[in-house]
Design a protein around this ligand. Sequence first.
Ligand SMILES: Cc1cc2nc3c(=O)[nH]c(=O)nc-3n(C[C@H](O)[C@H](O)[C@H](O)COP(=O)(O)OP(=O)(O)OC[C@H]3O[C@@H](n4cnc5c(N)ncnc54)[C@H](O)[C@@H]3O)c2cc1C
Length: 406
Amino acid sequence: MDRIAIIGAGASGVMAALIAKNDHNIIDLYDKNDCIGKKIRVSGNGKCNISNANISKYDYFGNNLDFLEYGLKEFNYKRFEKFCNDLGLYLVEKDEGKVYPLSFESNSVIKIFYEKIKEKGINLRLSQEIVSVKKSDKKFILENSEKKISLYDKVLISSGSKAASKLGGSSFSEDVAKYFGHTIYQIYPSLVQLETKEKKVSKMAGVKIEAKVTLLSKEYKSISTLGDVLFAKYGLSGFAVLDISFYVSKLLLKNKEVTISIDMLPQYDRAKLQSILSKTCKNNQESSLEIMLLGLLPYKIVKNISLELGFINKKLKELSIKDIKKIVQMIKDSRFCIIDTHGFEYAEVCGGGIDTFEINPKTMESKLVNNLYFSGESLDIVGKRGGYNFAFAWMSGYLAGKSLKG
Ligand SMILES: Cc1cc2nc3c(=O)[nH]c(=O)nc-3n(C[C@H](O)[C@H](O)[C@H](O)COP(=O)(O)OP(=O)(O)OC[C@H]3O[C@@H](n4cnc5c(N)ncnc54)[C@H](O)[C@@H]3O)c2cc1C
């Protein structure tokens, strides 16, 4: 009877345990948290963006995207949906293929998985942190934080990445992989807020706009994202910023200076905006710049533009064409120097991780150590925002589970 340890009861570990369990094996599913799936709980702001219905390898970043090809066929969205439906969990597809539980509650997903774990006879070992995994002869030796030793025939490391340590993020997978001789690509925060050099952002803290964010870099030409930008005390947040953060974070790793440009009114091109402003100036000559811009942008941004351009006391009749061009420039191309990401603590995911050339793409087993497996975010695969990261966690957990079952 095989004794199997699965370390990490997040999406990939839970999936692997449910697939692997049969009457001929014993499965211990460990997590240092006191519950399963803490990251599932907070995902999609509690609504749980559990997967995406339109996935290809191009929705991911990593040094070996061909690694995904087998899994995307073997456990595509339809297979995942069927798996969920068989548990009584029904899903709904929303914009851009994003998939949610029909209840729109992450808690329902966690409860359903938890019940299934118990029903299948998987031993859930919560509040147990594993501190080391070693191997002697054919057995793996696991040690927990209370120095208790347990022996296993097979081990899956599904302990995720070090993003969001408050939710269980840790570098354990990296430590184990290194111990067994695996190569690690440098790990960096992704889907993360960005810190700016400019202090002016703090004056606009709390303001949210729909904007276009463009990365100005030779390496990544014309990378732009469209969506929410939220100004914060430290810098910039919001979906458009998170979406571009992968590229920014990679450049910061190379100590490159990173500049981004924010177009605060992407719905108008420069010519259109200039004509709108000129027309407003003409029709409201005694009015101020602030009043003119308030019809277009939130107050804190307007105030910042007037202050920066030194136009705070100017009447519209005093603005020249050149002045209007300067205003257009500030609205359409406001530049920010990014000095850092907001860090692993605030990141939703991590890029980098265990080299997937050293992992069997069909089974998630290490090519260096028999019966040692890795799944989910521990690997050098990171997805875009929109359910892709869970999709990879489920998929890799499924493949690992199938192979662990034997
Ligand atoms: C705030 C937030 C929101 C997110 N929203 C989405 C979303 O909407 N859609 C999406 O696709 N992705 C989202 N993600 C990303 C997604 O949560 C992860 O990609 C996914 O959870 C990875 O699954 P995993 O099983 O590899 O790792 P995890 O889910 O991180 O699970 C790893 C588990 O291992 C445990 N662990 C770690 N070290 C040890 C140890 N030494 N001993 C025992 N246990 C250990 C941890 O406690 C954790 O429970 C979000 C992430 C965050 C932080």
